[in-house]
Ligand binder design. Sequence first.
Ligand code: KG4
Ligand code: ZN
Length: 342
Amino acid sequence: MVLVLGIESSCDETAAALVDGEGRIVAQRIASQDAEHAPYGGVVPEIAARAHAERLAPMIEGVLADAGVGLADCDAIAATAGPGLIGGVMVGLVSAKALAMASETPLIAINHLEGHALSPRLADSSIEFPYALLLVSGGHCQILRVNGVGQYKRLATTIDDALGEAFDKTAKILGLGFPGGPAVERVAKDGDPAAVALPRPMVGSGEPHFSFAGLKSAVLRAHESANHTAADLAASFQQAAVDCVVDRLRIALEGMDDVGTLVVAGGVAANATVRAALERFAADHCMRFAAPPPALCTDNAAMIAWAGVERLGQSDPLDIAARPRWPLDPDAEPVRGAGVKA
Ligand code: KG4
Ligand code: ZN
């Protein structure tokens, strides 16, 4: 049976996992750095890199011990090689290179975004290409057509903030702490999504791109100017964000009749309101809807190991570089008005 070791260290989760050829997660460990970054209200790259460096080696040892296997039993070592915070990516990639060299096991450098993009197939092996993917995380907000492994066509991106970033900033404005997404979702449960009038940036535009900076500013203004409860503001923000996502999807998928499945991945895919809205959208458009379980939506190493399974046979050179930026679709046109995050 095929076995791949996966390593993830691109942001603030240190993770290692073993996944077999059929998508079974044989062992996995994950350590969040929330406590380290919380005092700063966001991820501090230097602190993240140090924490990865301290935790990763014992974690890999632990995962191998949990499964009762050694590196010699692995068919490949798959590590995130970007995009992400470069110090953390380097910690994971250098560790993978050392293990690959010592055990003479192939190294597979994985694009973290491809890990997210293929995660639905890890969760459900019946999902076939092509599918439409909404990738919504802290650093990325894209709609992609996934034609196969390594074959991505970007249909839409954000011209400013990513959706997860908008959740995190809203949480900061409301004093809900870090990480923000789960906190906003929790607080929103007790709020009225129609209580505060907030804009739906880009809705109505014929281009399918996203923008969330204006929504975040509107949350700040509403918070400062009126006596709304955090619950009402959180619920209203979440509803506005969901309305934007659904409208942008509608534009992006117009005329794409050969794509029968809509998949959501990335940290924000853990949000139940987002998932429910996408499920409705898919049903309305006669599409099948799939979302990995929440633990596979946020950063993890099982999705990196799985991308390694999908790419088995590939062997990257030991001098391959970590990449702070690494678009899934290198041919995508730059979007007018977009900042560095596009
Ligand atoms: O995929 P991920 O773990 O890391 C990146 O690659 O960015 O995504 C993290 C992002 C954060 O912005 C976090 O606030 C958001 O996903 N997130 C959520 C939820 N859980 C995580 N946003 C909304 N609702 C959630 N339940
Ligand atoms: Zn991620």
